[in-house]
Design a protein around this ligand. Structure first.
Ligand code: ARG
Length: 462
């Protein structure tokens, strides 16, 4: 028979279809450890304040430990609980009764599932979000290691997906490492709002018993307590913050995925993905598809959708707890699981892919040095705006003559601008290495500037 935490004033059972909509066990079973940890802390606080005896506390504590073991074993074996109860709170309490008897009836004193559920979710986040931070750090490490080992490789840098200027491949990789580092910092910055304990807020009005909420909060690893019970039971802003954060991470991974998908196409042929991170076609034997990266690009859309979906759930809710809030966990777990896998797949893909250095060089063309050519004129005293136009004329002339800039006769340069008088100066421009090495100031693509980034990231990763 189904154990229900309420129903004294009801004559009939809820309809099957309402039950189906209402039951959340298949989702919130994932919180069983947090639920039990929260209950032990709650019982201990009640005991310390004289509301339950030492014997009852001991029975509850031992009973909850047994329930935890039982549930963990059943989940290991079956992957789910077959209990008929509506949620994990009811399951734990019913099972506790079989181990602790009458004492179990005292556990829920002055507590509501509203503060309990809010606390469980926060505890779960405090326990699990560091997994995401660790995965992001692994990815940053892989990017940094590749950047260090492949610093000699020069590739075209693009704006508007048009060839722009030569850059170091490492510089490209590190651009994502920095983006991801900000993601880590952002998640850490949310910690102070997450780490406020809602327990002791009751259903909405607070706790009528004289308990020490600060002590209770600290015993659960929180930094402090929620300052207002209505806010505590009705807010899911910390979850929304997490979902918004996830959607931003997803967006970053999606952009990285898109770059790599392009670079892995035959047209670019800059990178090749390992078998482990490629998939084939059922029809075309030659195909090697970057499905993992495409799934990540797609997942970013779902993550963004989930963040917006949950905003829509919250918008317009009246104060304090409303059952709409129950969807928080389903969405949060889904985003968390998806994002964690995405990070792992990106990290695996980047660790195992090969970069084609020769192809990087082959994709460079002399037009990408036009900016450097303008700078050469600036060094000879030509104002930049004029230099920009003059180099434009050089490019146009080369196109007319159908020659590469490197092959265009020196007289043609001088005819456009006398400051091109030194042939050697022009010839010096036609080196990819010399080009990138000019960009030496902080944040640039010269080797020293890239190495500086690597050092900073290493320092941060420590
Ligand atoms: N399962 C609910 C949730 O996760 C717990 C709170 C239920 N409270 C209530 N008054 N129905 O949001």
């Amino acid at each position: 028979d189904r154990y229900q935490l309420w129903g004294g004033c009801f004559q009939e059972e809820p309809s099957d279809v309402l039950r189906r909509l209402n039951d959340s066990l298949c989702v919130d079973v994932r919180l069983y450890q947090q639920d039990i940890r929260g209950s032990i802390a709650w019982a201990r606080e009640l005991n310390r304040c004289g509301y339950i005896t030492d014997d009852d506390y001991e029975a509850i504590y031992q009973g909850l430990k047994k329930v935890e073991t039982e549930i963990s074993e059943e989940l290991c074996k079956n992957g789910r609980l077959s209990d008929a109860e509506e949620d994990i709170h009811s399951v734990v309490e019913r099972r506790l009764r079989t181990h602790a008897g009458e004492a179990a009836l005292r556990l829920h004193t002055a507590r509501s599932r509203n503060d309990q559920s809010a606390t469980n979710t926060k505890l779960w986040m405090m326990d699990n979000l560091t997994n995401l931070i660790n995965e992001i750090k692994k990815l940053i490490m892989v990017l940094k290691d590749r950047a260090e080992n492949e610093i000699e490789i020069i590739i075209p840098g693009y704006t508007h997906l048009q060839r722009a200027q030569p850059i170091r491949w490492s510089h490209f990789l590190l651009s994502y490492a920095w983006m991801l580092r900000d993601d880590v910092l952002r998640l850490e910055e949310q910690q102070c709002r997450l780490s406020r304990c809602p327990l002791g807020s009751g259903a909405l009005a607070g706790c009528a018993l004289d308990i020490d909420r600060e002590r209770l909060a600290r015993s659960l690893g929180f930094e402090c307590v929620t300052p207002n019970s209505l806010f505590a039971v009705g807010s899911r802003d910390h979850i929304l913050e997490f979902l918004n954060w996830s959607s931003m991470c997803g967006m970053h991974l999606s952009r990285l995925a898109e770059d790599l998908i392009l670079y892995g196409s035959q047209e670019f042929n800059l990178v090749k993905f390992a078998d482990q991170f490629s998939t084939g076609s059922s029809l075309m034997p030659q195909k090697r598809n970057p499905d993992g990266l495409e799934l990540i690009r797609g997942a970013a859309g779902v993550l963004l959708g989930d963040a917006i979906a949950f905003s829509c759930v919250l918008k317009g809710l009246p104060s304090t707890y409303n059952k709409d809030l129950q969807s928080d966990k389903e969405i949060m777990f889904r985003s968390y699981d998806k994002l964690l896998d995405c990070f792992k797949v990106v990290t695996g893909t980047i660790t195992t892919m090969k970069v084609n250095a020769a192809r990087g060089e082959a994709l460079l063309e002399s037009g990408m040095l036009a900016t450097d050519m303008a700078h050469a004129l600036v060094r000879r005293g030509v104002p930049f705006r004029r230099a920009h136009h003059l180099v434009g004329a050089v490019l146009q002339r080369a196109a007319e003559l159908a020659v590469d800039l490197r092959e265009m006769p020196h007289e043609e340069y001088i005819a456009i601008c006398p400051e091109f008088e030194s042939k050697a100066d022009i010839e010096k421009l036609f080196s990819w290495e010399a080009s990138v090495e000019q960009y030496i100031s902080t944040g640039g693509t010269a080797k020293a500037a890239v190495k500086q980034q690597i050092t900073q990231l290493k320092e941060w990763l420590k």
